[in-house]
Design a protein around this ligand. Structure first.
Ligand code: TYD
Length: 211
């Protein structure tokens, strides 16, 4: 069994963290070593970049923001993701290149193709084996976030509702273009059900029978 790279994408409040935790536990029960990680972040340098992109006060120019995500990705892929895959482990990651394409490329208007090519350069072309898109109505997602932790939003979360609608549409468009890589799951369904759908897609990828 070779290493696998699985990414989770979706808007705020779609339940990526909950689903990743459930999947990690299940993979562990089946004897797989899982590396749970995230972008931005996942390394010491990445956590510093995360501070800047999510919590910097005032304006950050869109191109600078895009390059900060790309810098984070370059370091993270080289120091965390590829080494884990070389050890035949399963990397389960919150957000990756598709987030850059949706947020910076489409919603910020920098261009989907250009942002994907910057990101591919940063990652030396590493593509996920599977991308789980947790799709959820924007209003529902934001209400979940607000309920979970009060009304404090980070820089991207506090963008207007239309921005997040654009992000959602961008993810769905990507999934349509690459149906073999994407699994689109209705994140409004109960968490257990969402998890069953994800496990069914992950099982053959990691050599687990009868999920
Ligand atoms: P995070 O706190 O990880 O939230 P979530 O639970 O929504 O994943 O926030 C990450 C934020 O960074 C999120 O608003 C999307 C944004 N982002 C980008 O804009 N571009 C990127 O390339 C990545 C990886 C994230």
């Amino acid at each position: 069994m070779t290493g696998r790279f699985i990414t989770l994408e979706g808007g705020d409040g779609a339940g990526k963290t909950t689903q990743a935790e459930m999947l990690t536990a299940w993979l562990g029960e089946h004897g797989r070593t899982v590396v749970r990680t995230r972008e931005p972040g996942g390394t010491a340098l990445g956590e510093r970049i995360r501070e800047i992109v999510l919590h910097e006060r005032g304006h950050v120019s869109p191109r600078a923001e895009a390059l900060l995500y790309a810098a984070d990705r370059a370091h993270h892929v080289q120091t965390v993701v590829r080494p884990a895959m070389a050890r035949d482990e399963v990397v389960l990651q919150d957000r990756y290149t598709d987030s850059s394409v949706a947020y910076q490329g489409v919603a910020r208007g920098l261009g989907a193709e250009r942002i994907r090519s910057v990101s591919d350069w940063a990652s030396e072309g590493l593509r996920p084996d599977l991308t789980v898109l947790l799709d959820l109505d924007v209003t529902v997602g934001r209400a979940r976030v607000a309920a979970a932790r009060g009304d404090t939003f980070d820089r991207l979360e506090s963008e207007a509702e239309a921005f997040h609608e654009t992000v959602r549409r961008a993810f769905l468009d990507m999934a349509e273009v690459e149906p073999d890589r994407f699994l689109v799951v209705d994140a409004a369904a109960p968490a257990d059900h969402v998890q069953d759908v994800i496990r069914a897609a992950v099982a053959p990828l990691v050599g687990i029978d009868g999920a």
